[in-house]
Write a protein that binds this ligand. Structure first.
Ligand SMILES: Cc1cc2nc3c(=O)[nH]c(=O)nc-3n(C[C@H](O)[C@H](O)[C@H](O)COP(=O)(O)O)c2cc1C
Length: 202
């Protein structure tokens, strides 16, 4: 069993990752999301979100850190995944879980769960653009409007080449309210062969 520190924008930044991984018990961390829009971000943005890139993508005690991207344009996401890998990322993680209004309004995060085909195209583009040895992973919820999209979206991500899927066991509408619907994670897990990681109320 592995324990992965959930990404939290504005909270789980590099100093917190350093502090918590030093305490121990964490097998991997994820950066805050880097928002990909219409133009190529300069390396300094990647280094700002992921200073661990200067240290082989590891925190000081050696815990691996994945670079997290959020966006909806497959081509741009591919370019940014490639750039992250060029700068030293050892894992590229894609955010399909963010419920924030501004993000969703610009077709990023959880709203993409209404369109499994677009999720597929995003992950496929990143997979194609990132060197083979660098895993491409994704984090999603159970759906946007309700909890009915977990299986379809997990299958779309796997078909696109996602090596691992984290499932936050709530819909966008559920927000962060307890409970988390772990039984829905089981359904998605049975529908795919790739690794599935449970998230929510853990
Ligand atoms: C303040 C805050 C920021 C978050 N930022 C991110 C993020 O950048 N990327 C992401 O995939 N999930 C993000 N999440 C979701 C968490 O990673 C996690 O999925 C969620 O908190 C569910 O777990 P919990 O029930 O244990 O809180 C955020 C959650 C919170 C509360």
């Amino acid at each position: 069993m592995r324990i992965i520190l959930a990404p939290m924008e504005g909270l789980v930044d590099a100093p917190i990752r350093e502090t918590l991984t030093k305490v121990g018990g964490i097998d991997r961390c994820v950066t805050e999301f880097i928002r990909v829009t219409h133009s190529m971000l300069p390396p300094r943005v990647f280094y700002k979100f992921a200073p661990e890139l200067h240290n082989h993508s590891l925190t000081r005690v050696g815990t691996p850190v994945a670079v997290q991207l959020l966006g909806s344009d497959p081509e741009q996401m591919g370019w940014h995944g490639n750039r992250a890998a060029e700068l030293g990322a050892t894992q590229v993680d894609i955010n399909f879980g963010c419920p924030a209004k501004t993000v969703n309004k610009h077709k990023g995060g959880c709203v993409l769960m209404r369109e499994p085909e677009l999720m597929h195209n995003i992950v496929a583009a990143v997979r194609k653009a990132v060197p083979e040895g660098v895993p491409v992973t994704a984090k999603m919820r159970l759906g946007y409007d309700d909890r009915s999209m977990g299986v379809a979206c997990a299958q779309a991500l796997e078909a696109a080449g996602a090596e691992e899927i984290v499932i936050h066991a709530r819909s966008k509408v559920d927000g962060y309210k307890p409970p988390a619907y772990w039984e829905e994670i089981a359904k998605a897990r049975e529908a795919v062969k790739c690794k599935v990681i449970a998230n929510g109320e853990i």
